[in-house]
Design a protein. Structure first.
Length: 414
């Protein structure tokens, strides 16, 4: 045995400033047990090597491994775990922090419960600029342990409480076989099934991880986790179905027709709730076309009035129509003008068009400025009154570049 109790595994790539911040926090940790920091460098081209050497010289217990080529984020994390020699391992993103008191409590729990293969906990979203926690991702009332292969109870718990087992401390003896490639099935649900297959799992009330939502280094950066939420809802469903499959094969989950109907409904509701969050994120990013696509799936799934949707729903048709016009004009090579006909407030419409993607190189003009037929083939037209379409064609404008309000809004049905 190595004598190391905990391995803190940090994968990194070309993020010297973030890694420095993470290691500076590690310098402040004072655990009651021996630990190591395993840094797996995915062939960074910045000064990561020199930075790590600086902290090793200062006495931080770092074991540094540099890959000769960038192998991708998944293999790099696996590399960090494979080099870990601690009894337990925890993943630490190079831009996040641990909560030392929570780590101590989790380690004590694992020591007191040797049958537990992995323990999970909620985590804080942290504003590094204001030095405060913003919120907590899920919450549980008290520590709870599920016995080995109790897939039915864990699945019910995940779905009812909307639990994401992304933050965990893993027993090394269970980690080797659990952390394997999964692509179509969300890794956290898949790996949870693997850990549960080998031992009990626990969900602890006290967080031991801080995910930096507002960074001192880049205050306006987008969180990678948000991008997952915006696109990976079917992977979440895949992960749940994978979990159910493993449970059925280990004999704890019934596979009768009635049971499958219940599982299907739980997976559906969980996925729709994630799609509703994705809807909000896309709307906040002002991509209303994508938001509307998600709305149609939420509505047909029985959630047209989901709370995440209601704030945007009334304005959605107009915003989709304007963004569609901006898209159609921007997608067409050679268009340098957009003529607006029958619009009372050109300035406001132009501002919205710009905000929703109209290229800066396209001039917005009003019909009242007159028709320059030498520019007709370079001009798209928006007409408030569809009846005038033939009139603009007769003037020499291309028929498929004359868009009416009806053209833009007829397929946006709320």
């Amino acid at each position: 045995m190595s004598g190391i109790k905990l391995s803190i595994c940090i994968p990194t790539y070309n993020r010297e400033a973030y890694l420095r911040s993470a290691l500076e926090h590690c310098e402040k940790y004072s655990f009651s047990f021996p630990y190591e920091i395993v840094v797996s460098d995915n062939a960074s081209t910045d000064n990561t090597t020199q930075l790590v050497e600086e902290f090793i010289a200062k006495g931080l217990p770092i074991h540094y491994h540099r890959r000769p080529v960038n192998g991708g984020s998944g293999p790099n994390l696996a590399c960090a775990f494979h080099h870990a020699v601690g009894e337990y391992s925890i993943y630490l993103a190079d831009d996040d922090f641990l909560v030392p008191s929570g780590v101590e409590a989790a380690m004590a729990y694992l020591d007191a419960n040797p049958d537990v293969a992995a323990c999970h906990a909620p985590w804080y979203f942290y504003d590094e600029v204001a030095d405060r926690d913003l919120s907590q991702f899920y919450a549980i009332d008290e520590d709870i342990k599920f016995e080995q292969r109790n897939f039915a109870a864990v699945f019910q718990f995940i779905c009812e409480r909307h639990i994401f087992p992304e933050i965990g401390i893993y027993r090394a003896s269970a980690l080797r076989s659990s952390w394997v490639p999964r692509d179509f099935c969300f890794w956290a649900f898949s790996y949870l099934a693997h850990f549960l297959d080998q031992g009990a799992i626990a969900f602890l009330k006290q967080p031991f991880y801080r995910s930096v939502a507002v960074s001192k280094i880049a205050p306006n950066r987008q969180q990678a986790g948000n991008d997952d939420v915006m696109t990976s809802w079917d992977k979440y469903r895949g992960g749940l179905e994978y979990f159910l499959y493993i449970g059925s094969k280990r004999g704890n989950l019934a596979t009768t027709r009635e049971a499958r109907v219940v599982f299907e409904e739980l997976c559906k509701v969980f996925t729709l709730n994630r799609m509703a969050v994705a809807f909000r994120f896309w709307a906040q990013r002002k991509d209303f076309i994508k938001a509307y696509e998600l709305y149609t799936r939420l509505a047909i799934g029985g959630m047209p009035d989901h709370p995440e949707v209601m704030h945007f729903r009334n304005a959605l048709p107009l915003m989709v129509a304007i963004q569609t016009l901006a898209y159609q004009v921007g997608a067409t090579e050679g268009i340098s003008r957009l003529m607006l006909s029958g619009i009372a407030d050109r300035r406001s419409i132009e501002e919205l068009l710009r905000d929703l993607g109209l290229p800066a190189g396209v001039d917005v003009v009003e019909e009242t400025a007159g028709h320059d037929m030498g520019l007709a083939k370079h001009t798209a037209v928006f007409i408030a009154d569809a009846v005038r379409h033939g009139e603009f064609v007769a003037l020499g404008y291309k028929p498929n570049l004359i868009f009416s309000e009806q053209d833009l809004i007829q397929h946006v049905i709320i």
